[in-house]
Ligand binder design. Structure first.
Ligand SMILES: [Zn+2]
Length: 73
């Protein structure tokens, strides 16, 4: 079977960018972005969503988003 660099690349980064990649459509384009993690977190808390929404840093827009998916650490 031929070596497919694209598949290899996607597979090798799947564990790292899992949360961010699947959320990019919804987070960068239709959701709010926050300048800091504290700001994102305070928004979640104000909306009663603390413990439901998790913050993550987005390397696409270099801001913070909220996601319902708990980031793996
Ligand atoms: Zn973003």
């Amino acid at each position: 079977m031929a070596f497919d660099p694209m598949k290899w690349w996607l597979r090798s980064r799947a564990d790292i960018d899992d949360v961010q990649d699947r959320d990019i459509e919804r987070s960068c384009r239709s959701k709010d972005a926050y300048r800091s993690e504290a700001e994102a977190r305070s928004h979640a808390t104000m909306n009663g969503m603390a413990g439901v929404l998790f913050t993550y840093h987005c390397t696409y827009c270099d801001q913070w988003h909220l996601t319902r998916r708990k980031p793996r650490k």
